[in-house]
Ligand binder design. Structure first.
Ligand code: E4P
Length: 221
């Protein structure tokens, strides 16, 4: 499974990119507003930090504006992925931009029917928002299972399932068990994935016992 990071905070992206575990980045207008910075400047910095796909969302609502915005964004860097909403116009824009060789991430997907349409429009990624479904007492992970099953039934579909609106590590684990291609993680969720109290406890005990030996591995370095 590929891990994208879901933030427009360049500092956080820099810190997490150093782990070597980041395959890409997703942003959205709310995350950009939260950063308080210039959109294009932020995108340039992110694209230089992470070589994988970097999603940048259009804000037009008609297909012609989305296509023009998508072209402007795609000019920034070769790893820009234009994010369009799952609307009729969004999918029209998806078809045009995909035909031009631009990667497209279709966002705000909340049903398997929508995911089928995005694949038909040639989307590079489909982003089902599972946390927001869970918030409404609907089954976010169930949607991932449905989309993975449907896409697998049609080998000609190349669209990757990008699990979005992830709230906790269990979302990631369950989506990975289903074979979802990508999960985009808020920084806190990625950091939480490293943690287990038994790891901390075990490491503490090993280090205390090692100290008693009075040895140093680096003496032989
Ligand atoms: C995905 O690309 C979106 O930016 C994101 O996952 C939305 O998550 P939220 O529901 O936590 O806002």
């Amino acid at each position: 499974m590929k891990f994208f990071i879901d933030t427009a905070d360049v500092g956080e992206i820099r810190e997490l990119a150093e782990t070597g575990l980041l395959d890409g980045v997703t942003t959205n207008p709310s995350l950009v507003a939260k950063s308080g910075r210039d959109f294009f400047e932020v995108l340039e910095e992110i694209c230089a930090l992470v070589p994988g796909p970097v999603s940048a969302e259009v804000t037009g609502t008609d297909s012609q504006t989305m296509i023009a915005e998508g072209r402007a964004l795609a000019k920034l860097a070769t790893n820009i992925t234009v994010k369009v909403p799952l609307t009729v116009d969004g999918l029209k824009a998806c078809k045009v931009l995909t035909a031009e060789g631009t990667m497209v991430n279709v966002t705000l997907c909340f049903s398997a029917a929508q995911a089928l349409l995005a694949a038909k429009a040639g989307a590079t990624f489909i982003s089902p928002f599972i946390g927001r479904l869970d918030d409404l007492s609907q089954d976010g992970l169930g949607l991932i299972a449905d989309i993975v099953q449907i896409y697998a039934a049609y080998p000609q579909i190349e669209t990757e399932v990008l699990v979005a609106s992830v709230r906790h590590p269990l979302h990631v684990v369950e989506a990975a068990k289903m074979g979802a291609h990508v999960a985009t993680l808020p920084p806190a969720v990625l950091k939480a994935m490293f943690k287990h109290p038994l790891t901390d406890k075990g490491l503490d005990a090993f280090l205390k016992d090692w100290e008693k030996t009075g040895q140093s591995i680096l003496d032989r370095a």
